[in-house]
Design a protein around this ligand. Structure first.
Ligand code: P9H
Length: 222
């Protein structure tokens, strides 16, 4: 029996946070090794464990997986969070790419120059409320179930909840025009494994702060 998955990344959200969410929602315990200095990263590179010299890297089932999307897909499939057939998987992929695009905008905001942050935050709020959330609100309405795809929890639901919470950190009332998403948030946040991950003291990381930005900038000279 393989041991627990081990996650190699910085002590912050970045590109690893969705992987933490998916494992936690699947009820899978995982370990973390935090990269804190340039030397930490160089050691991993010199040990030849980073296929493209990048992190996230996750040791799982004897593999040293890299590329966030590949890692997430593997976990979703392994823990039955990827639909019952090809079409459900296609819908999950579409929904996940949408929340990936939205979270990608939010994820990079703290790294942008101060004089563009206000403009970029306004764009995030505009995209969230006019491009992305209307799609998921309609999906829940048309589908008529508690979940986005099929009638069971999938990667798409977990990813949407993560995106909703990140968007609310940008604008607390961002869901005000989306009643079905408000109800979805309430239901999904109470799924036992997710509820536990949302409790203080879990491996969920806090919103990206200047400290995390400084660590990443120092490591990558950016
Ligand atoms: N396709 C891959 C790409 C993975 C990737 O870009 N990894 C980066 C660190 S995370 C990044 C750090 C600042 O840019 C960050 C940190 C915080 C928020 C967003 C990104 C990396 O290793 N950069 C070294 C290099 O590219 O040489 C994947 O989806 O996994």
């Amino acid at each position: 029996m393989a041991g627990k998955p081990k996650l190699y990344y910085f002590d912050g959200r970045g590109k690893m946070e969705s992987i933490r969410w998916l494992l936690a929602a699947a009820g899978v315990e995982f370990e973390e090794e935090f990269i804190e200095t340039k030397e930490d990263l160089e050691k991993l590179r010199n040990d030849g464990v980073l296929m493209f010299q990048q992190v996230p890297m996750v040791e799982i089932d004897g593999m040293k997986m890299v590329q966030t999307r590949a890692i997430l897909s593997y976990i979703a499939a392994k823990y039955n969070l990827y639909g019952k057939d090809l079409k459900e998987r296609a819908w999950i992929d579409m929904y996940v790419e949408g929340t990936t695009d939205l979270m990608g905008m939010i994820m990079y905001l703290p790294f942008q120059p101060a004089d563009t942050k206000e403009k970029n935050l306004a764009l995030i709020i505009e995209r969230a409320t006019t491009r992305y959330f209307p799609v998921y609100e309609k999906a829940l309405k048309d589908h008529g179930h508690d979940y986005l795809v099929g009638n069971k929890l999938s990667w798409a639901d977990i990813h949407l909840l993560e995106a909703i919470l990140m968007a609310e950190e940008c604008k607390p009332d961002i869901l005000s025009a989306f009643p079905l998403l408000q109800a979805f948030k309430g239901r999904t946040s109470n799924i036992p494994t997710i509820k536990k991950f949302l409790q203080p003291g879990s491996q969920r990381k806090p919103p990206t702060d200047e400290k995390f930005v400084a660590v990443v900038r120092k490591i990558f000279n950016i």
